[in-house]
Structures are given as C-alpha cells and as structure tokens.
Design a protein around this ligand. Structure first.
Ligand SMILES: NC(=O)c1ccc[n+]([C@@H]2O[C@H](COP(=O)([O-])OP(=O)(O)OC[C@H]3O[C@@H](n4cnc5c(N)ncnc54)[C@H](O)[C@@H]3O)[C@@H](O)[C@H]2O)c1
Length: 386
C-alpha cells in the first residue's frame, strides 16, 4: 500500500509534538496506509537538518514553496506560527496535497475562509489541530451527550488558564504580536475551548465579551520558541497589540448558555483547561491536567446515592484505549496528537471528510472575531455578521 508521505513546516513545539505522534502512530494504531516522515522544512538548513535527523525525516527543504511542489510528498503538516498558515495551506491545496494545519487556522476569519475554499476546490483532505478534543475523556463526554445522558443542555462553562507572561519583563514573543498570531490568549487558548464547546454542545449564535491587555509594552525579543523567549538586558520596548485575557458569554443555537475565559495571567495555572456541561439529567466536568478522568453526575441515580463520580477513562472500553496500555496505565498530552493524526491518516486513506476540518477552523475564527468585536463595541455580536 502506498504510504502517506508527510512534509512538515516548522519544527519546534508543535513540529516536535506532531513528529512524535507520527513516529508513535504505527507502533500503536493500524492505519490503512503506512506513514512516512519524508521531508522537514525549516528556514535554516543546518538547524533543519539537525531536527530532521532527530525527528526521523529523510530529507530537508529550506523553502516551503519547494516542499509543497515536491511530487514525493502527499500531506503538508503546518506547524509554523499563524501568519504563515494561509499562504502555505493554499499553495499546498493548489498542489493537490492534503493539509493538516495547527490552530488558529489563520489571522482572520476571511483568511480562514480562503483556506477552506482552496482545500474544497482542490478536493484534498483538511484538518485543524484541535488536539484537546482527542482526549479520550472528551470523546466519551461527547458520546454521553449524543446518547442523551445529560438530556437538554443548559450550560457550557469553559476556561483555559496559564501564567507564563505575567512578568512585564517577559519579552514580546510572536504570541504577543498581532501580525504573527492574530490574537492573544483568545486565539492561543480560547480557540481550544471554543472548539470543545462546539464539539460537545453545538454552534453558537451570538456573543458579548471583554478583552484586556494588562502589560501594554514589552522588551523586543531576541530569541524565542514555543512558550519561551529571551531579550537583551537593555532591549527597547514595543507595544503589545493582542489581548492578555479574554472573557465572553455566548448564546448557543440550541438555547444553552456559554461562559468562556482565556488568559495567560492566572498565577499558578500552567495548562489549566477546564470544561463543564450541565444538562437536565446530569452534568460532566473535565480538567485537562487530569485528562484521564471524566467527572459525571447523574440526576437519575437513586435518591440518597446521588453524587459526582469520577470515571477513570483508561480501560479498553474507552475511546482509543484498546490501542494503548493495560487499564489505568494513563496517557497524556502527546497521545492526543497520536489520536488526531490517526484520524487524519484514516480520512486520507478512506477518502472521507476530516473532523475537525478547516470548516471547524472557520467557525472557531468567527466566534473569536465576534468576541473581539463585541469587546470593542461593548455590545452583543451575531456570529452571522462575521
Ligand atoms: N494544538 C496545540 O496544543 C498547540 C500548542 C502550541 C501551539 N499551537 C499552534 O501551533 C503553531 C506553532 O506554534 P509553536 O508553539 O510550535 O511555535 P514555535 O515558535 O515553537 O515553532 C514555530 C516553528 O515555525 C518556524 N517558522 C516560522 N516562520 C516560518 C516560515 N515562514 N517558514 C517556515 N518555518 C517557519 C519556526 O522556525 C519554528 O520552527 C501556532 O499556530 C500555534 O498557535 C498549537
């Protein structure tokens, strides 16, 4: 069977997470087509060669245009910052390559729509990197909601809290530069919460909210990668043009009420994504830092014995678990990427639509743009307006 030959753009935090997933994938999952890590693309040839060696790619390119034009690559995996996504994805689609792209899909909803249109027109598979929805506990939560275990849904509550940019001397890394990332905590963290909300509860029709920038200027960065950055001792400062915190409320199409919060200014919270869904028959609760657990309350339990129960989502009967370890031998953040690439590879092999696709990326972008607009207008914004 012809392998799916991957070409990777960017090779730091997400580049490593994706490459690790592609390497693990065949060890645990049987894909319909073999996986091949073919070409790694980075702008600096020597560093890219070092990364290719470590991450198991056979060849190197220093220009993504050359990567996209190669006829020995089937899928382009985009892990560069968000300002690079659109150009690479559209070129990849036009060259007939399947595309996996990290979130947020693009700097704006209009750009995201162009990417979706290009992928649809080319008839290629397209998937966006909302890896959190691939935690087995969230797949189980989705199944429980779809089966009606919670009944009519009243509330969704989601927050994603981190604390790594509170120091005003922390430099202006690309995640604080609107021209590179599009938005701040909203796009970096809020995007995952919005995706989880849509996955579990459904589409949103309107929002109102607030975004805030606490530290208005920061030292210009000298070196950066992932969530770290360094500036010289007397580095000049530049204005920060993205939100440090974003909070919004939302009305879902099915009548449920949503409350959302994303910030990188919550001391003590490292990668603290929490979700709760309340329905007429029960509730579920999830914390990413304890991702093997799903909390469930059923109002249908016998009176006097009702209470929150913790389901340890790590047995063969749970989503994806028959592929991993014996019961209770828990998995973590890296495995969410294995699951998402399993789905991507199977969608390519079986020629079916991916989920989450670029369409989901567009819908999440719409909600983020609406939240920003609502904050600047101090008003409710209909998603249809975006
Ligand atoms: N799904 C998740 O959990 C998650 C987590 C972190 C980041 N992300 C997303 O992944 C993307 C990358 O984030 P990261 O943390 O890996 O960033 P990073 O800074 O660690 O790595 C970015 C990589 O892109 C490369 N790059 C930058 N511009 C390029 C260009 N023009 N051509 C080729 N390569 C280029 C850099 O050299 C680097 O290798 C962003 O869109 C981000 O929002 C997703």
């Amino acid at each position: 069977m012809q392998p799916i030959r991957f070409g990777l753009v960017g090779y730091k935090f997400m580049g490593k997470a994706h490459s690790n997933a592609l390497a693990r994938l065949p060890m645990f999952f049987d894909t319909d087509r073999p996986i091949e890590r073919r070409v790694l693309c980075g702008r600096d040839g020597a560093w890219a060669a070092e990364a290719a060696e470590k991450f198991g790619y056979a060849q190197v390119e220093t220009d993504w245009r050359k990567l996209v034009a190669r006829d020995d690559v089937d899928a382009i995996d985009i892990t560069a910052p968000s300002n690079v996504h659109k150009e690479v994805a559209i070129a990849a689609a036009q060259a007939g390559k399947h595309i996996f792209c990290e979130k947020p899909l693009a700097l704006t909803t209009d750009d995201a729509r162009e990417m979706l249109d290009a992928a649809r027109k080319a008839g290629v598979r397209h998937q966006i990197g909302f890896n959190y929805r691939f935690a087995p506990a969230l797949v189980l939560a989705k199944k429980m909601i779809d089966e009606g275990k919670l009944g009519r849904i009243f509330h969704f509550r989601g927050s994603f809290l981190q604390d790594w940019i509170i120091d005003p001397e922390f430099p202006k890394v690309w995640r604080l530069d609107k021209s590179v990332c599009g938005s701040g905590s909203l796009g970096d963290l809020g995007a995952h919460v919005i995706d989880a909300a849509r996955y579990l509860v459904g589409d949103i029709e309107s929002v109102t909210g607030l975004t805030r920038t606490f530290v208005k200027e920061r030292p210009i960065v000298e070196r950066m990668t992932g969530l770290s950055g360094k500036a010289g001792s007397d580095a000049p400062r530049a204005p920060v043009d993205v939100d440090d915190a974003a909070a919004f409320i939302a009305s879902f199409e099915n009548g449920a009420v949503g409350v959302f919060e994303a910030t990188r200014f919550s001391q003590g919270h490292k990668n603290d994504m929490r979700l709760e869904v309340n329905g007429e028959k029960g509730s579920i609760r999830f914390e990413f830092e304890r991702m093997n657990e799903l909390w469930y309350f059923s109002a249908e339990d016998e009176p006097g014995l009702q209470g929150w129960r913790m389901i340890q989502v790590s047995e063969g009967i749970h989503p994806y678990w028959d592929k991993w370890w014996p019961a209770g031998h828990v998995i973590g953040f890296p495995e969410t990427f294995v699951h998402e690439f399993y789905e991507f590879a199977q969608c390519i092999a079986q020629e079916r639509e991916c989920a989450p696709s670029f369409e989901d990326g567009v819908k999440v972008s719409q909600i983020m743009d609406a939240a920003e607009l609502a904050s600047s207008r101090r008003a409710w914004v209909d998603i249809k307006e975006i």
